[in-house]
Design a protein around this ligand. Structure first.
Ligand code: 13P
Length: 253
């Protein structure tokens, strides 16, 4: 994959029923007709578990890849009511998986749990979108870098296949609030995250780092100059085909 390849990932969170496929059909048609697509970007959508199998089948050989939003921290089958293991996710056809979203960290996912999720997701050959990010208090107390360093080093290890791990930097204070970090700040933070990742994986290759938090068709224009950012994790604006397509269009304007 070329180095300037960008990811546009739509995280649907608790949204979507079977007929929401219309949204993806429209996005898929846009991508298919965009001659520059193959060279420039990749689209991934993470619908809820309930739609993983049907959407993975429908988009198997199409332009959109499908991923899961989470998984349980044990593999295979177990007596864990309501839980879905990475093995089950993989068997539904998903290619990607989000791990460590702040929604799930807030519900109890700690570093130990997250490490198990990463281990089992990798074992099942899922590509991981690993989310990190500071909250408002940590930001105000100038603890952003300390927080991010901990979130990365407590979970990721040198032995993990770094090619299958993408990191998404999502400051919690930015999610769903319309607030976006300043460009210079974001530039510094992205460089910092890449440095830590290179150190963990002992690699010279540039790791993939995405930004997430209030990305929409208008805020995306602020990111076009930030070359270190390898793509975007998009929440609210990914639930409308128009908004999602406009994000891609405006990024390449
Ligand atoms: P918003 O784009 O709605 O701010 O959500 C970001 C997010 O949490 C994606 O995972």
């Amino acid at each position: 994959m070329a180095n300037n390849m960008r990811y546009f990932i739509g995280n649907w969170k608790m949204f979507g029923v079977p007929k929401s496929i219309n949204i993806l059909n429209k996005i898929n048609t846009f991508v298919k007709l965009d001659k520059n697509h193959n060279k420039r970007y990749k689209v991934i959508i993470t619908p809820p578990y309930t739609l993983l199998e049907s959407y993975s089948n429908i988009f198997k050989n199409k332009r959109i890849s499908i991923g899961a939003q989470n998984c349980y921290h044990k593999d295979n089958f177990g007596s864990n009511t309501g839980a879905i293991s990475p093995y089950m996710v993989k068997n539904l056809g998903a290619k990607y998986i989000i791990i460590g979203h702040s929604d799930n960290r807030a519900e109890g996912d700690n570093d130990i749990i997250l490490k198990d999720k990463v281990i089992f997701a990798l074992k099942n050959k899922l590509k991981i979108i690993f989310c990190i990010g500071e909250n408002k208090r940590q930001k105000l107390n100038k603890l952003t870098f300390t927080t991010l360093r901990k979130q990365l080093t407590k979970v990721l290890e040198r032995k993990f296949e770094e090619n299958n791990i993408i990191v998404a930097y999502e400051p919690i204070w930015s999610i769903g609030t319309g607030k976006i970090p300043q460009q210079s700040e974001l530039q510094k933070t992205t460089k910092f995250i890449k440095k830590i990742l290179k150190n963990i994986f002992k690699t010279k290759k540039s790791p993939k780092v995405l930004y997430g938090g209030s990305v929409d068709s208008s805020s995306i224009k602020q990111f076009t100059e930030l070359n270190d950012i390898d793509g975007f994790l998009i929440g609210g604006a990914s639930k409308s085909s128009k908004n999602f397509i406009d994000i891609i269009k405006n990024y390449y304007r």
